[in-house]
Design a protein around this ligand. Structure first.
Ligand code: NAP
Length: 461
């Protein structure tokens, strides 16, 4: 056989791969999109509809029948109908007895009904096996094939065999089934598409609040103060200078806030002498959004890099350099190279570059595609050890930048510290506390507690 013919064979559709017939109730957006995808994947599709007239929107190879007639043709029936219309199914209870009913419905808001839609369906039709699936996939994604963001399909149901049948369909459509357990999980599965970045709310509000605070702090000290006491109008600082002060400060504080809850958790565990008691709610929530805090910190650090790189292009920077040169010419005096300053500026830049590199590494390892490919120890090594190293480097970057200047009285306009001094409070506190926690006399009992040892065991013999 020549090469060309073997390629043609490989591309030809596999007609022996014909799968079973699946019934879909409802010829709406989702029913049509799912039916189309199922026909592409080798299933025969029969629709159960209120109208048996075939419109040109219905997939070409599908049949459209009345509900009872369509249900008889398949063992699996996908209910692509809104929950409020489920009552029409009760007269069909006999036809649907023993069949697998797939509930794909979503609600418009959280806690709209006391029980989940799938449990409601199971109560209406106790003779059928209800499985919840597909509600996290959108009709648009199914139709356009842009399923990258929503490849996971949560599946739950009380009948194991029925759940397996639905999971097989999910796999055949090129999606990934995630078994969420019994039908009790349906409420959680239904709430999933209604949530709006639940883990991002606290980090975003915190970042917005802190950014606004530091921005106005800088406006007061760098623009208003200079205008009042030095009669200089530096209002253009709003565009680049001030954002380039606020961004590194935010990056450093947010990075420190990623590690602070871990320190609090360690202190609480040491104090209680056990790991078997729940942390306070606020700490639990804080721990859960550490990744988001870290990613926002990385965004601020990246902006700081970009703002710094454009600095030489600014007319203010060339004016200041020119002013220095002219003053040397006018005074007929060449300023010698200050080696201390040269060392400080190079070290400050080197620390910043290394800190940013580790920051990016932390961001990359937090991506699910990367974190799924490293084991738990490797993940902890990067996120904890390299994370602390990034915090140390970034804190040192700020300290070296400030140098002696932080101690000079001119850094305290209106008796207020410069924002770089403020930005060092949380990171330095985290690093000092971490340093204390790794002392063997503290680290040893903490490790024992984390391995299950209890100071006052509740169930002692
Ligand atoms: P839709 O376009 O409004 O279609 C719903 C279908 O239900 C109608 O086309 C109709 O089909 C049938 N229907 C309407 N009223 C009925 C009644 N009184 N009695 C019996 N059948 C009735 O809605 P959809 O967007 O396809 O959504 C269907 C279900 O899928 C909903 O529960 C939704 O939450 C869920 N879902 C949708 C998406 C999405 O992206 N659209 C994503 C995930 C889940 P016939 O005219 O053929 O009878």
């Amino acid at each position: 056989m020549n090469k060309k013919s073997s390629n043609t064979m490989a591309l030809a559709p596999n007609t022996s791969n014909k799968r079973e017939t699946v019934c879909i109730f409802g010829t709406g957006d989702f029913g049509r999109a799912l039916g189309h995808k199922m026909i592409q994947s080798g299933y025969s599709v029969v629709y159960g509809s209120r109208s048996t007239q075939i419109s040109n929107l219905i997939p070409k190879d599908a049949e459209v029948l009345g509900h009872a007639e369509a249900a008889q043709k398949a063992a699996i029936i996908i209910i692509a109908i809104q929950r409020q219309h489920y009552n029409f199914l009760t007269p069909l209870a006999e036809v649907l007895r023993g069949k697998v009913l797939v509930d794909i419905s979503n609600n418009l808001k959280l806690k709209q009904y006391p029980e989940s839609n799938a449990e409601h369906l199971a109560q209406l039709l106790p003779g059928s096996k209800v499985v919840k699936a597909f509600n996290t996939v959108s009709a648009w994604a199914l139709q356009s094939g842009t399923l990258d963001a929503s490849r996971q399909v949560f599946v739950c149901g009380d009948d194991v065999e029925a759940k397996q049948m639905v999971m097989n369909i999910v796999r055949a459509l090129g999606l990934t089934p995630v078994d969420k357990g019994s039908l009790l999980a349906a409420q959680e599965v239904e709430n999933y598409p209604l949530q709006l970045f639940p883990m991002w709310k606290f980090p975003i509000f915190l970042s917005l609040g802190l950014t606004a605070f530091f921005f106005f702090y800088c406006v007061a000290l760098d623009i208003i103060y200079t205008y009042i006491y030095e009669n200089n109008n530096f209002s253009f600082f709003i565009a680049i200078t001030i954002p380039n002060r606020v961004c590194p400060v935010m990056a450093l504080i947010l990075l420190a806030l990623v590690y602070l809850p871990g320190i609090f958790a360690a202190i609480i565990q040491l104090y209680r002498g056990t790991k078997y008691r729940r942390f306070p709610d606020w700490l639990d929530k804080w721990m859960l959004c550490r990744k988001q805090l870290g990613l926002i910190a990385l965004a601020f650090a990246s902006l700081h890099v970009v703002f710094t790189l454009v600095t030489p292009m600014r007319s203010f920077a060339s004016w200041r350099t020119g002013k220095g040169i002219i003053s040397q010419v006018l005074n007929n005096k060449t300023e010698p190279l200050n080696h201390t300053n040269a060392w400080l500026s190079d070290s400050y830049l080197a620390l910043g570059i290394l800190g940013f590199f580790l920051f990016v590494l932390l961001g990359i390892t937090s991506l699910p595609s990367v974190s799924n490919n490293v084991n738990w120890r490797e993940f902890r090594f990067v996120q904890s050890k390299l994370g602390y190293l990034a915090l140390i480097l970034c804190t040192a970057h700020t300290l070296v930048y400030g140098g002696k200047w932080f101690l000079s009285p001119s850094a305290y306009k209106w008796y207020l510290p410069n924002i770089y001094i403020l930005s060092l409070i949380v990171p330095c506190a985290v690093l000092v506390l971490k340093f204390v926690l790794i002392f063997p006399c503290i680290d040893k009992p903490l490790t024992q507690i984390r391995q299950g040892w209890e100071r006052n065991p509740k169930y002692s013999k």
